[in-house]
Design a protein around this ligand. Sequence first.
Ligand SMILES: C[S@@+](CC[C@H](N)C(=O)[O-])C[C@H]1O[C@@H](n2cnc3c(N)ncnc32)[C@H](O)[C@@H]1O
Length: 212
Amino acid sequence: MNLKQILDRYYRHIRPYRFLYGWAKDRATKVRCNARAAQWREKGFRGAKLDVCGGRNPFNPQEFLNVDAVDLPKVDLVFDITKKFPIDDGVIAEIISIATLEHLRKPHVHHVLREFFRVMRPGAPLRVSTPDVEAIAQAVLGGEDPDVFNQHLFGRYKSDQTEDYDVHRWMYTADQMIRVLTEIGFTHAKRIPMDIGMHDEKFTYLVSARKP
Ligand SMILES: C[S@@+](CC[C@H](N)C(=O)[O-])C[C@H]1O[C@@H](n2cnc3c(N)ncnc32)[C@H](O)[C@@H]1O
């Protein structure tokens, strides 16, 4: 008898304990949900909006679920975005990700953008915001205060409290980001005004795109 036949034969005894499977899987992938995210998970996250890496500073938390690797009080769903997202294909209604991608290594940036594409449903909008490395370069050449441009370029290196998640690892210019998003399959990728009310608009860009 193979494993499937054994499971089929004893399924009626196993069935009451099937929640243990989800629990074990979540522990294995280190996914944690608060009550609000658990309700969305029950619905397969169909129609959910994600703020990917809202951390301590979530964007519009009434509307968006805050995803982060660190289990902070304002975080709804904890997982490492450099791994496969614990979300099915084509279910997410919208994603925004602010001050996130610059914390990842280049292959992880591409992985995360591909995961956005995979989990988003057709027509869903995406916004990504990261430091504008061209504006930072101009600030360096223009003699701007090093405390300002170093912060944008490297993250919180100037602090002795810096954690690994705080440092910057890779940045695309806005044009390069638009090209990468388009290569992945997003359409309508373009730079839009930095109107989200977070971060210094002089040193940060916002790009929007759409899953076709
Ligand atoms: C600079 S904060 C951005 C917070 C907020 N979005 C904002 O704009 O102020 C970056 C966040 O990315 C999270 N982060 C970094 N690497 C991550 C990873 N691999 N998986 C999930 N979250 C990650 C950090 O924990 C942190 O909360």
